[in-house]
Design a protein around this ligand. Structure first.
Ligand SMILES: NC(=O)C1=CN([C@@H]2O[C@H](COP(=O)(O)OP(=O)(O)OC[C@H]3O[C@@H](n4cnc5c(N)ncnc54)[C@H](OP(=O)(O)O)[C@@H]3O)[C@@H](O)[C@H]2O)[C@@H](O)CC1
Ligand SMILES: [K+]
Length: 484
């Protein structure tokens, strides 16, 4: 965002005008959201975030609220637009250490925003703790002070826990990645008139996962199509008594619109599947899986869900890659490649299809190791670049990243989606969309979004078995979003 700010003057926007609108947007949210908050305390920092706070203070005072600004440092040290905003504030200003929380109804947190470069300490850290402990609603300007907007993680121990965050121009990763998303409270994105040239100039590569990003890349079913032209998905089944996961993947692939789905496995496993399934085809596969993939024009394959980290699974995976299928690798594949990311990359490089890896954090760490310094977004991008696959790193803030650095972050997964078997459904959805011809980034991002919507449609009490049946509702929501 700092790059956007720097490009703004060249694109014809004065910093002062942007700050007026930014502070005005904060004031408007407070005025509308808390009509009864009479006394408002603005915590103002030494940079432009503080400048936004001074503007908000003035606008709220003009609207009849009692406002007090508690400033970190001296007024004389303020520079540029912040100094101008402070000069236009004629109300009461006191030192931050004496901020009278007990006498106020609401706090505006304008201590630090995009310019925070190190952990908050001293008087500012004390003010953050006091604000959090006050029980008052806190409205943060741009980001909760202490949060790193690029990573979604606090830079140190002190970080504001906001009720509402008003940000500008574009959401930053920290508004969506956890724990930032919780620390922000509700997030409002305000248009402050930043010229599109200034925004486009930075070439953003990370996006909030929304249908507008990928809807056009999902092939629509055509009336001339037949079941195989709509993509054939093969799911590699786990052995007897470990068949549920593959079944969930298969059902999700079929619900996503794939023309045909076949579960392949040992005879005893197929008998279990047969007791549950009708539309999904079953096929015994011991030594002819490779032939089946080529002869039956299988376009996408799921390998991993409850497959077992065995030689059999490794062979099925290798043959799927060599057959040129698109492959979704999940679950036990990550045990097979524990600590061997380069072997995984070498295998992927042998195929001509697209590959999506769908690990949760534990599986991801097993293959790619643990990097506590990098954000989830950075880790997923690095793993995608290293493996040559699209990486779908699961969680409340699922990230999809490609080797070339494009990424989406999802914010639509309800908490109850974290349930056994949900990941198997996601892998199947992704394979179903790949089989229909969607590119990997779009297929994976769409799968994540549809998965979240399907879960929301079911509601609390959800179990993974419910998810495939809710995919039609999720697809309907997707069409609705695309239409308007
Ligand atoms: N996006 C947009 O389009 C628009 C953005 N706008 C607003 O501008 C904000 C960004 O402003 P900004 O660049 O001045 O940074 P900001 O967060 O105020 O902090 C910088 C100051 O804090 C200091 N400092 C840093 N860390 C510290 C620490 N731990 N402890 C103590 N001090 C610390 C740092 O000092 P230094 O590191 O230089 O020593 C410097 O003095 C942005 O978040 C948004 O609110 C709008 O006005 C208009 C349009
Ligand atoms: K802030």
């Amino acid at each position: 965002m700092t790059r956007v700010d720097a490009a703004a003057p060249a694109a014809g926007a004065s910093g002062s005008a942007l700050m007026e609108r930014a502070g005005g947007a904060v004031a408007a949210e407070v005025a509308n959201g808390w009509p009864d908050a009479r006394r408002i305390l603005v915590l103002a920092g030494p940079g432009n975030n503080g400048g936004d706070g001074f503007v908000a203070a003035r606008k709220l005072a003009e609207a009849g609220r009692e406002v007090l600004v508690a400033l970190l440092g001296d007024r004389e040290s303020l520079k540029g637009d912040a100094a101008v905003a402070a000069a236009r504030w004629t109300g009461e200003t006191g030192p931050l250490p004496n901020a009278p929380f007990e006498a106020c109804d609401l706090v505006i947190d304008a201590l630090f925003g995009a310019g925070l470069g190190r952990p908050i300490e001293g008087a500012a850290a004390d003010a953050v703790s006091a604000a959090n402990a006050s029980g008052l609603p806190i409205v943060s300007v741009d980001v909760p002070s202490g949060l790193d907007g690029a990573t979604g993680r606090p830079l140190g121990d002190a970080c504001v826990r906001a009720s509402l965050t008003v940000t500008f121009v574009r959401l930053k990763p920290g508004h969506v990645l956890t724990p930032g998303r919780s620390l922000c409270g509700r997030v409002v994105l305000a248009d402050i008139g930043m010229p599109e040239d200034a925004v486009a100039g930075i070439g953003a590569r990370a996006f909030l996962n929304r249908p507008a990003l990928w809807r056009d890349q999902l092939p629509a079913p055509s009336i001339e199509g037949h079941k195989y032209s709509r993509g054939h998905v093969a799911v590699w089944s786990g052995p007897e008594l470990s068949t549920g996961a593959a079944r969930l993947s298969a059902l999700a692939a079929l619900r996503s619109g794939a023309g045909a789905v076949t579960l392949l496995g040992q005879r005893a496993a197929l008998k279990e599947h047969a007791a549950h399934l009708t539309a999904v085809m079953l096929r015994e596969a011991e030594n002819d899986w490779a032939e089946f993939l080529t002869q039956r024009r299988v376009s996408a394959v799921v390998v991993g869900p409850a497959a077992g980290p065995t030689e059999r699974t490794a062979k099925a995976l290798t043959e799927a890659i060599e057959a040129g299928c698109h492959v979704v690798m999940d679950a036990d594949v990550f045990s097979l490649f524990a600590g061997r990311p380069d072997d995984l990359a070498a295998l992927i490089a042998r195929g001509s299809g697209q590959v999506a890896l769908t690990p949760h954090e534990g599986e991801f760490a097993r293959v790619f190791g643990v990097d506590k310094t990098a954000s989830k977004l950075e880790r997923a991008r690095a793993a995608a670049a290293r493996s040559g696959a699209t990486v779908l790193l699961k969680g409340a803030d699922t990230v999809v990243a490609t080797p070339d650095g494009r990424a989406t972050v999802a914010d639509n997964a309800p908490p109850y989606l974290a349930t056994a078997g949900a990941g198997d459904v996601l892998a199947g959805l992704c394979a179903g969309l790949l089989a229909q011809g969607a590119p990997a980034f779009e297929a994976a991002s769409a799968a994540v979004w549809l998965h979240g919507e399907a879960a929301t449609a079911v509601g609390r009490g959800l179990i993974a078995d419910d998810l495939p049946g809710a995919i039609p509702e999720a697809l309907r929501r997707m069409e609705e979003r695309a239409a308007g």
